[in-house]
Write a protein that binds this ligand. Sequence first.
Ligand SMILES: [Zn+2]
Length: 384
Amino acid sequence: MDSCMSVQREVEKVLTKFSKLKDHSVDTIDDFISSIESLRKELAEGPADGPVQMTQSSVLNQALHRVQEATGRMGQEHKDLHSTVSKNFVAEFSAVFTESAFEKEDCRELLNEIVCEHFLRQGKLDIAETLNEEAGLNLDPTQMEPFLEIHRILEALKRKNLQPALSWVAANRDRLLEMNSSLEFKLQQLQFLEMVSSNAHDPAFIIQQARQFARFAHKHTRELQVLMGSLLYMPQGLQNSPYAFLLDPIYWDEICDVFTRDACALMGMSVESPLSVSIRAGCKALPPLLNIRQVMQQRQVAGVWTNKDELPVEIDLGSEHRYHSIFACPILRQQSTEHNPPVRLICGHVISRDALHKLSSANKVKCPYCPVEQNPEEAKIVTF
Ligand SMILES: [Zn+2]
């Protein structure tokens, strides 16, 4: 925490210095521009082919000299500023990454595709298209369209325009229902509440509209009870009723999240851009990795971290980065991998395949947890 505070102080100092430097530079540059302008005017007023007078040439030389001096000074000041900022950051990461990771053609292509996808997700079509062209990715427009559609609908939702999302939901209704999605109900609910709170429609029309919720009745009974209860307060306005919470702007944020999650799931994509997730994970992992590298160098045990596909320490990225269950072998105390998957013994106990091999002898293995004996061949791979 202390070091964070000191960086904070440093940053404040640098910012003050920077704004002073900027003001000063702008003034100096303005001065130069006006004096050069006036010199140019003076020269232009003289005879077209006439020689430059002695005084004029010396004034010109002086001006040039001053400009040179000032740019040199500004350059130096900028350099000082830069070193104050950069000394707080480590720029040498070669010890903690695998240089050969992106050497292979297919790996490089994959990286470019992920970068391209990231821009598509953000709706930055022009950047994605340029990258697609320059990196020779050959992504066809049908691959790009779903990202752009999601982006367009989200932008509309942020402007409280529900129509594009409602049409998308109508077009994908069957698949959304298969996923047990609540998106359509939530969208219809928002639309209905907008209508009720606008006071622009007569009660008979609103009740007529409320009937469309019948098809959601079995799944959203509780929410519908609340929604229908709110109709009692229509004459005095929902804003002044116990149901005012239904108009909380938080529902608009929520609908954006629900839409992104369901639309991505429907298209078989991850909710978050793989590039942002990797960068966030990398930012968390870098400091401990740099630390351990330093410790390893000091103690001269550099050989400990030889396999760069595996990290020398466990790095916890927090619950938001846990995507699937993992299995750790209770015998070898190792996390299972593709090459060493968990296996289920006939008694139901699960250990890793490596442990099974270690425990078996003469085609027999005795469960380490219960006395059941079996043939190792009978163990079945467990997939999570
Ligand atoms: Zn057992």
